[in-house]
Design a protein around this ligand. Structure first.
Ligand SMILES: C[S@@+](CC[C@H](N)C(=O)[O-])C[C@H]1O[C@@H](n2cnc3c(N)ncnc32)[C@H](O)[C@@H]1O
Length: 242
């Protein structure tokens, strides 16, 4: 399964890197939200990072990013982009979502457009919990089952996806509702900070704090109330909760 996924993503890496972001306003808003949580001293792990566009844009806001992906081709493209842009604080690693090749503790774990591609999401969330410092943040954006029928693009995808999968032209996908995604995170000791969809976008943006089994120490008490969004009410935004 992992081998098949790697082969699939290796096969489309060049195309993926060349395709434009569909909703740039939404992407930038999310990026801004994510940036508002980051501190210059933060050590960040991004899993399923793809061709590193997000890591490259966030690199100047943190001390270091370890960007991983199952696909060696995605990693290769990301590495070339970093070299070209003179970004030196990102390490690149071929690694699955279980993050077996990394160790140590991180302040923030990023997972964008990845959780719906995983069969063992609870296992990955458990691992995320282990890798995050107490009070560390999990920040994710994940396509979720919409309430009701959902937008036309989602309904079309429901019809086309099984055929594409049979032909080897689409990866494994496990769509969960946003409620289920939140439940799985809470079960692993994550506390929701913000969770929303932008308009009709089926992707759920979630920021959650790691609390399970660890003393409330570093991030919160060392910092006190930073005045950052994790300590304050979420500001008004162009979002609606479905
Ligand atoms: C839809 S792309 C998202 C890339 C990037 N995070 C973004 O938002 O643009 C999914 C990425 O997850 C990677 N991926 C798929 N299954 C994975 C797994 N089990 N472990 C790690 N990465 C995986 C793919 O290689 C691909 O780069």
């Amino acid at each position: 399964m992992v081998k098949e996924a790697a082969a699939f993503w290796n096969g489309i890496a060049k195309h993926y890197a060349a395709s434009p972001i569909k909703d740039i306003a939404s992407y930038e808003f999310t990026l801004q939200r994510t940036r508002s949580y980051l501190r210059p001293q933060d050590k960040v792990l991004e899993i399923g990072a793809g061709t590193r566009s997000t890591a490259l844009l966030l690199a100047s806001s943190v001390a270091h990013i370890t960007a991983t992906d199952l696909s060696a081709e995605m990693i290769k493209i990301g590495q070339a982009k970093a070299t070209q842009q003179g970004v030196h604080n990102i390490d690149f690693l071929v690694d699955g979502a279980m993050a077996e090749a990394v160790s140590g503790l991180y302040d923030v774990l990023l997972a964008h457009n990845l959780f719906h591609l995983l069969d063992d999401l609870p296992g990955v969330l458990k691992r995320a919990n282990e890798l995050l410092k107490a009070g560390g943040l999990l920040i994710s954006k994940t396509p979720c089952k919409p309430q009701g029928l959902g937008p036309a693009s989602y309904r079309l995808m429901q019809v086309v996806l099984p055929i594409m999968q049979l032909l080897g032209k689409a990866p494994f996908v496990a769509m969960r509702s946003s409620a289920e995604l939140e439940r799985l995170m809470k079960e692993q000791g994550f506390q929701m900070i913000e969770s929303w969809n932008s308009g009709k976008d089926i992707r759920r943006y979630i920021v959650a704090r790691n609390t399970a089994g660890k003393p409330e120490s570093n991030r919160q008490s060392a910092q006190g109330n930073t005045g950052k969004p994790q300590d304050a009410p979420i500001p008004p935004s162009p979002h609606s909760s479905p």
